[in-house]
Design a protein around this ligand. Structure first.
Ligand code: GTP
Ligand code: MG
Length: 353
């Protein structure tokens, strides 16, 4: 059997596509189904079905012989990759293993490291521990992305993320920063979106009152666009959301509905991630929230850990840029626009520890 994936706006339509491609297969078996967010934020349903091999080949217009050649080519490139990975163990074993071992013990992914080392095998770099380490740190540096602070046009910025990561605290810090700490005083308004958690609105409202900021509450889907219209004169609108656990799909879909309901304003969504989270957790959280086209990450609790390898591994692999770093509980001081050096310094400090 061959696995083949079909995409359409709904799972039903995706399955209909599969059926129409394989009209002769009476019992097309559904293996998996999932929903992902497309580039435009619209949901895409993706289904994977098991197709009998002859049917699959017929659909490609390939003869069995041609298919054999294709498979051989695939095998060949797989062999080449295996040879390169084996080479790491044989020829350059000690130096390469030591450096890869060190970096993977600090959270970087072994596969990612091996991929980067491969082109260096057989060169002087792979034989010198210091050279190899600095080459790999250079690769990390290249993989990391930060986004500069940009208030040159009016912005709507929304924070999403799991419970307790520091979304509300970060919004308070950003609100104070934009209103009082920059080259000019920007007009800032706050919105609490779907604040079903007890006390969520009040937590931000206390702060809004101290800073004399406009603060609105949005409960119904239609209200969101209305409130954004009403606040059209503001330079920055910061939108706080309730923390959503990766298992709460209903809440997530509701957040998607809020976002879809707004047509005439661009909303930039930041995923708030704790620097203390483990790689697998961050990955799970990201995949969950990527339903809503996450634009960048805000990293919180940077002060709470000496170990940022997992975070760096994730950010570099996904090319997810970081916009701010939160470095403590103090509002508004403990927040800085993201700097690569700061993240890399934390990582290299950890290497010496
Ligand atoms: N050490 C440290 N603590 C932080 C940081 N950011 C937030 N906190 C603390 O984390 C706790 C939770 O912060 P909140 O801002 O309420 O988190 P939240 O994401 O809004 O939580 P929910 O709305 O419940 O999902 C508070 O005690 C904050 O003071 C940080 O950068 N460093
Ligand atoms: Mg909150």
């Amino acid at each position: 059997m061959i696995e083949e994936t079909f995409e359409a706006p709904t799972p039903k339509e995706a399955f209909a596509l599969a059926r129409s491609k394989y009209p002769h297969v009476s019992d097309l078996q559904l293996l998996r189904a999932r929903q992902t967010a497309g580039r435009d934020g619209k949901l895409i349903a993706e289904i994977t079905v098991a197709v009998p091999e002859e049917e699959y080949l017929a659909s490609l217009g390939l003869s069995e012989e041609e298919e054999l050649i294709r498979e051989m080519q695939q095998l060949q490139s797989q062999m080449q990759r295996m040879k390169a990975a084996a080479g790491i163990r044989d020829e350059n074993s000690e130096t390469v293993e030591k450096v890869i071992g060190l970096l993977s013990s600090k959270g970087l992914r072994r596969d990612w490291l091996i991929q980067r080392v491969e082109p260096m095998l057989g060169t002087a770099v792979a034989e010198d521990e210091k050279l190899l380490l600095s080459y790999l740190l250079e690769e990390v540096d290249e993989g990391l992305r930060v986004v500069p602070e940009d208030l040159s046009r009016p912005r709507v910025m929304m924070m999403v993320g799991p419970t307790g990561v520091g979304k509300t605290t970060t919004i308070a810090k950003l609100a104070a920063r934009y209103s009082y700490l920059l080259d000019r005083d920007y007009r800032v308004a706050l919105i609490n979106l779907d604040s079903w958690r007890a006390g969520a609105y009040e937590q931000l409202d206390n702060f809004a009152r101290i800073l004399h900021l406009e603060h609105r509450r949005v409960e119904r889907i239609e209200e969101f666009a209305e409130q954004l219209d009403a606040l059209a004169d503001y330079d920055v609108i910061l939108v706080d959301t309730a923390g959503i656990s990766p298992f709460d799909t209903d809440r997530l879909i509701r957040t998607v509905e809020f976002l879809k309901s707004v047509r005439d304003r661009e909303i930039s969504t930041s995923l708030v991630i704790s620097a203390t989270a483990k790689y697998e957790d961050i990955r799970e959280i990201y995949e969950h929230f990527n339903f809503i086209n996450v634009e960048n990450a805000i990293v919180t609790k940077f002060d709470e850990t000496q170990r940022v390898g997992d975070l760096i591994a994730f950010l570099t692999e996904r090319h997810l840029p970081v916009s701010y770093l939160s470095t403590g509980q103090k509002v508004p001081d403990d927040l800085i626009p993201a700097e690569k050096e700061r993240i890399l310094d934390a990582f290299t400090g950890e290497l010496h520890a």
